[in-house]
Ligand binder design. Sequence first.
Ligand SMILES: C[S@@+](CC[C@H](N)C(=O)[O-])C[C@H]1O[C@@H](n2cnc3c(N)ncnc32)[C@H](O)[C@@H]1O
Length: 202
Amino acid sequence: MDERSVVTAYRRLSGTYDRFFGPVFEQGRQVAVDRMGCEAGDRVLEVGVGTGLSLAHYADGVDVVGIDVSPDMLEHARKRVNGNAERVTLEVMDAQSMDFPDNSFDKVVAMYVVSVAPDPKKVVDEMKRVCKPGGDIYIVNHFSQKGPMARLERLASPLSKLVGFRPSFPLDDFLAMAELDVIEQKPVNAFGYWTFIHARNI
Ligand SMILES: C[S@@+](CC[C@H](N)C(=O)[O-])C[C@H]1O[C@@H](n2cnc3c(N)ncnc32)[C@H](O)[C@@H]1O
């Protein structure tokens, strides 16, 4: 999908997103925010924050900036942070070309985003650029499976299509392209169908 198609798809999806994709992806969100181990004073960027379903998981005192290319998804996130606006900032922004200066954040996370964005490499390159050297990068995403899991994948493909995930996105190809210094990798969500990745920004 190109960027305009992403915006259009998520305009349609935004009203029902939480009902369908809230529970399905919830464990991955929790694992990611737990593993991030954020402390008061940390400056965190969440790329493709969507309707803000992860925001409640961050500890008090963490300064979270959430960006998304879809104004409609962010509208829902805004309602969610009402009353908590002092620690969460939301902005419409393309993750492939962010407005932030280099080395702006301690931790940068993208949950279920890299395979929706038209150019995943640009997203990861931008995540690295805006993350401080020695900072942390976290990704939760589905990568194409091999063997018996491939059958399950075919069953789930209409769901994947709905949210714009690219159907073929092998983990090995992603890691080779992203050039991340991976320090942890673990399966998350139902059937371990999704992968959590923690990398150090070098
Ligand atoms: C599957 S949703 C995930 C939302 C949220 N992270 C979650 O855990 O539910 C993908 C999100 O990525 C956003 N997105 C896709 N491409 C993007 C881009 N280039 N820049 C910023 N956000 C993007 C979509 O608008 C959508 O909100």
